[in-house]
Structure formats: C-alpha cells, structure tokens
Design a protein around this ligand. Structure first.
Ligand SMILES: C[S@@+](CC[C@H](N)C(=O)[O-])C[C@H]1O[C@@H](n2cnc3c(N)ncnc32)[C@H](O)[C@@H]1O
Length: 282
C-alpha cells in the first residue's frame, strides 16, 4: 500500500508536497502569495482547515474552493489567524498612552496606521486612550487588513458582551481612567461602541505584501502579524514601514516581534524593549 500523502491528523501537519500544491493553486488561480508565510504555520493552518471541512487531501479542498463564488475571500477568512482582544498586553498600552502625550506636545496632528488590525479591538483600544488623553480629535487612525470579512466585523463596532469583563481588567491595567461601559451600549448579548470613537478611524483592505495604503505616518502599529511571515518577508514589510514613517516616527510591533530581520535596522532605535517600540532615526 502506498504511503498516504494526505492530511495526517496525528502529525498535525500536511506534507510539504500538499502545501506546495495548494500554494501554487492560490498563486496561479487566486493571485494570493502565501509562499513567504512561515512554513510551519502554513502547514498547520492548512491542516486545520482540511480537518474542519473533513477533506482528506488538498485536491478535494481545491475543488471545493473552485466551486465558491469568492474563493479568494473564503480561503483568506479561514487561513488567517484573527485572534485579537482589547488592550491586549496592557503594559504596551500604558507605554502607548505616554507616547501619544509626548507626540501631542510636538505635533498638531498624529497620523496612525494599524496594519493587520483584525476585527478592530486594537484600534478601539487606541481610540479610547487617545480620547482619554484629549487627543482623539488630533489623530487619524487607518486600520487595514488582508481580510475583507474581518474588516466588516471591525466596521460593525459590535462585540460580544461576554468578553468585556476581561477587556475591562486589561483597560484598567493599561491606565484606563473610567469604565469601558462609558463607551458602549448593550444590545442583548452584544455591545456596540459609540460612534464618536470612530470619527477619526477609517478602514481599508490592504495586503502588506503589496503597496502601502498611504505614507507620512507618525505611528505604525503592526502587532502579532510579522510572526506569521518568514525573515525575507519581514525584511520587505519592515522596509515599507520605514519608508512610510515620518522621520522621528514610531514603529510598534508585538511583544514577540522585532526588527532583527530588517537589513536596514540601524534606521531605528528601540525606545521601549519590552513593548517593541522603535523610533525612526534616519
Ligand atoms: C493575530 S491578528 C493580530 C491583530 C492585532 N494586530 C492584535 O495584535 O491584536 C493578525 C492579522 O493579520 C492579518 N494579516 C495576515 N496576513 C496579512 C497580510 N498579508 N496583509 C495584511 N494583513 C494580514 C490577518 O488577517 C489578521 O487579522
């Protein structure tokens, strides 16, 4: 009997050949290039999708995608890891609070890009801290993500009430001044955040592997995204961030991410090592 090449639940990963077959299909037919995502995370994610959909191999999955009206979005929605929360890593948010106070003393307007913003919890947290520092009216925040479906959730301003107790704790730890209740209305099992938090926020679909959505940013925040990319792709995206940042602008990565793979890393100095906050110096 031939060795099965299909998804093997015990190994928790598909074979390299199966992965390559799917990546070629994605590239050729759907024009999405995931070849520079980290090998282990790609194999794990695809395995998970096959298991969930009860497909025994990648060929069946490709046939399934071919039958979808929007296979690109169907794939992206399943493949991307969208885990996020409000005030995720409160220590970072307390540093962010200090950073914006300092920037506001130097600038009339603060232009922020949240790249890979997922369903919007990160942007909402930034907006609340800006508001509590009386700076929201002086800021604009652009949220971008690869997934249109996840951006629709962000635009809905709506979150599950059952998550709020956790968020409330992190908000307090981050230096929040009131209670999150001040910022939302409850609607059954959901909460809807108030429109005034969103006046300075816009959302746009953007693939970090393509052209950046704008330039002249004072802050680029891209947390828990680079971790899924291989070193070459991290280098290329960090190069784009560097170009899009104003001189003296700040780049903020996730706590497990850094600029180590960026060949021009001398363009930055790390000002807050525990929160991966960097300042562009040239
Ligand atoms: C784990 S979430 C991080 C969310 C948020 N930044 C945080 O730290 O809570 C990663 C996000 O990156 C997005 N993403 C993955 N690849 C991307 C790409 N090539 N371009 C833009 N966004 C991407 C995913 O869709 C997902 O929403």
């Amino acid at each position: 009997m031939n060795e099965p090449v299909a998804y093997h639940p015990n190994k928790n990963s598909i074979s390299v050949e199966q992965k390559d077959q799917l990546l070629s299909y994605l590239n050729d037919k759907l024009e999405i290039d995931f070849s520079q995502y980290s090998e282990s995370s790609v194999r794990r994610r695809i395995s998970k999708i096959l298991m969930e959909l009860k497909f025994s191999d990648v060929e069946e999955y490709i046939k399934y995608l071919d039958q979808q009206p929007n296979p690109r979005e169907v794939f992206i929605e399943k493949f991307t890891v969208n885990v996020t929360e409000m005030f995720r890593d409160p220590f970072f948010y307390s540093c962010f609070g200090r950073l914006i106070q300092q920037l506001a003393s130097e600038k009339d307007h603060i232009k922020i890009w949240s790249a890979g913003c997922s369903s919007g919890e990160e942007i909402l947290s930034l907006a609340i801290l800006l508001k509590e520092n009386n700076l929201l009216h002086k800021a604009s925040i652009l949220g971008t993500d690869l997934s249109a479906a996840i951006l629709d959730l962000a635009k809905s301003k709506t979150y599950k009430h059952r998550h709020i107790a956790n968020y409330e704790e992190s908000y307090k730890e981050a230096g929040g001044k009131f209670s999150l209740e001040k910022y939302y209305s409850q609607d059954g099992e959901n909460v809807i955040f108030h429109d005034d938090l969103y006046h300075s926020i816009s959302f746009m679909e953007n693939d970090l592997m393509t052209t950046p959505p704008a330039s002249d940013f004072d802050i680029i925040i891209c947390r828990n995204v680079l971790i899924y990319f291989n070193p070459q792709l991290q280098n290329s995206i960090l190069g784009k961030f560097c170009t899009c940042l104003n001189d003296g602008g700040h780049l903020i990565l996730g706590s497990k991410e850094s600029i180590i793979f960026f060949e021009d890393r001398n363009a930055f100095v790390e000002i807050e090592p525990e929160s991966s906050i960097y300042k562009k110096v040239k």
